[in-house]
Design a binder for this molecule. Sequence first.
Ligand SMILES: [Zn+2]
Length: 273
Amino acid sequence: MPNASGDAPGPNTFSRVGARRDDFDGNMDQRRNDIWPSGNNLLSRVPPEERRILDAHLEPVTLERGQVLYEPGAPLTHVYLPVSGMISLVAVMGDGRTAEVATIGREGAAAMSASGYTDAAFTRYAVHIPGQAFRLPAQAFEDLIDASVMFCSAVTRWREVLVRATLQVVACNLLHHLRQRCARWILTTHDRTESELLPLTQEFLAEMLGVKRNAVNIVARELQAGGLIEYKRGRITVLDREGLKGAACECYGIIHAEVGKMFTDAPSPECWD
Ligand SMILES: [Zn+2]
């Protein structure tokens, strides 16, 4: 657990996320090397003098692949702040069909109450890329927002970014071809991993994209035929990232830029009121 000096949890608790490629136009790489203490962008905004709430409540957890943190309707008891990996927000329909509507990594937090009080989950929160995270009780998260202008500012910005990214995905699901959406999803997942090899089965991709498995199979084979990915035994290897960007719709770049702002934007003034 973290102590008053902010020394822990640190590298001995979780391996730090290393720099890689062109994440968020290089800004993410820079941030990864000098943030406190966990690699989570929001936690890095809490000044040392305001870490007493973290000292009392912050809990390191492992995010297991396939783990469901909350089903729709479940009380949001804890907020999850990833250090690595990816948590997906998945809309679940009455007939069991699903579609992913947002992804969350170390730039933000998952399972925040929209109202500021303990609330129920509206979507499923599921771990799709394993990793590490910290979690805070929902009330402690709200207390920290009240106590820290910097944290409040970062969370406010994150709420806005998450809404924007979700709106873009909604339009994408309506307007863009499955091949474009599939390329976008592979790129987004690639951004959250340290490997070129992505553990994505056809069934999983179909669930995330809200389509049937055979449709995903056709699209994956097209991307493979174009030399952009290798797809076999339920695993995708990214062969040509730039080519995938060309195959994806504009939504990848728009969402990528929005998330990247989390690492560069100045604090919002509204939390000083
Ligand atoms: Zn799109």
